[in-house]
Design a protein around this ligand. Structure first.
Ligand SMILES: Cc1cc2nc3c(=O)[nH]c(=O)nc-3n(C[C@H](O)[C@H](O)[C@H](O)COP(=O)(O)OP(=O)(O)OC[C@H]3O[C@@H](n4cnc5c(N)ncnc54)[C@H](O)[C@@H]3O)c2cc1C
Length: 285
């Protein structure tokens, strides 16, 4: 039968926060399809858990995609299953002299999560390279080779109840050596600017027009604010970091405090980028 087990989501999220959940790791598409037919809408898809704040009230079954891990190329098109992580995808591209994704090197994402969120960095977004995507809807029906629309941290898939399974990316030719150098360059920039040494879920808020949320957070004097085990990073105040065994509510309180203060001081409503699951009171905050 299905490979379902119980574990704390803190073991599956980069924030290292999250209560007990039932986790299903499909080993192939057929298994995933059958699961969706049997379970219909009672699921939540987890990629690498790098954009997730998880509470303790997790009701849906978590579909963890990491075993969907095939990757191959046809000319300059890379075909990659959604559970592959971006590090592996970009290394594969480098080995094969395929360039374009280097600025994303260092984002701790799965391919599926990157497509869902349209992950981006230093002016590059994954959506720019996508030629088509396959996904399974919640009735287990496979939609093949669709050409999704993307915008800033948003895609055709955002808030849609489906599982991205396969992605095709059209890339450019370059030498493996050049590609590796670019990856290293961008990853070093990231590590210099972002608190990679603490558990987090990346930037908590989306940009406001062209202005990054950290500008408002810093001007509001919130840099370094600590609640329980969570803290607004003083290296990059768009990140909330888990400095000491932070609880879901510590992070929630910090996020609410930021939103309230920025609204009061600047009249700006910040929108969350991170996805919240498992809050008994819902995620509308
Ligand atoms: C240190 C750090 C640095 C970061 N830097 C960046 C950055 O530079 N740029 C950036 O854009 N983001 C960044 N992030 C945020 C995060 O890595 C991205 O949002 C990433 O794309 C999320 O991918 P994931 O696989 O971890 O998805 P998850 O966090 O597991 O899920 C995110 C959302 O995608 C959905 N999802 C995941 N996989 C699938 C699938 N196969 N089918 C359907 N839906 C799916 C989930 O249901 C959820 O709604 C950073 C995070 C950290 C911790």
């Amino acid at each position: 039968m299905f490979n379902i087990y119980e574990d704390k989501l803190s073991n599956h999220t980069t924030f290292k926060i999250g209560g007990l959940a039932k986790i299903f790791q499909p080993r192939n598409l057929d298994e995933l399809k059958q699961f969706l037919i049997d379970n219909k809408k009672n699921y939540f898809v987890l990629g690498n858990g790098s954009n997730i704040l998880a509470g303790n009230y997790i009701r849906p079954i978590i579909i963890k995609t990491n075993l969907l891990d095939k990757i191959y190329k046809k000319g300059n098109i890379v075909c990659v299953e959604s559970g592959v992580n971006l590090f592996r995808l970009i290394k594969f591209c480098a080995d094969n002299g395929l360039s374009g994704l280097e600025a994303l090197y260092g984002i701790p994402s799965s391919v599926g999560g990157a497509i869902y969120m349209n992950a981006g960095s230093f002016g590059t977004e994954i959506g720019q390279f996508v030629t088509s995507v396959d996904y399974l809807d919640s009735n287990g029906i496979l939609h093949k080779k669709i050409k999704p629309k993307f915008s800033y941290r948003n895609s055709f898939f955002t808030n849609k109840n489906c599982v991205i399974t396969m992605v095709r990316l059209k890339l450019l030719k370059d030498t493996p050596d050049n590609i590796c150098k670019k990856c290293e360059y961008y990853f070093n920039l990231k590590k210099a600017k972002q608190p990679y040494n603490y558990p987090s879920a990346g930037s908590v808020f989306k940009r406001v027009g062209d202005v990054g949320a950290p500008i408002f957070i810093e001007k509001a004097g919130l840099k370094g604010l600590k609640i329980g085990g969570a803290m607004i990073s003083d290296k990059h105040c768009g990140f909330v970091i888990n400095v000491n065994n932070a609880k879901f509510n510590d992070v929630k309180q910090i996020i609410c405090k930021i939103k309230k203060t920025v609204l009061k001081k600047f009249g700006i409503i910040l929108t969350r980028e991170i996805v919240v699951i498992g809050d008994k009171n819902g995620d509308n905050w």
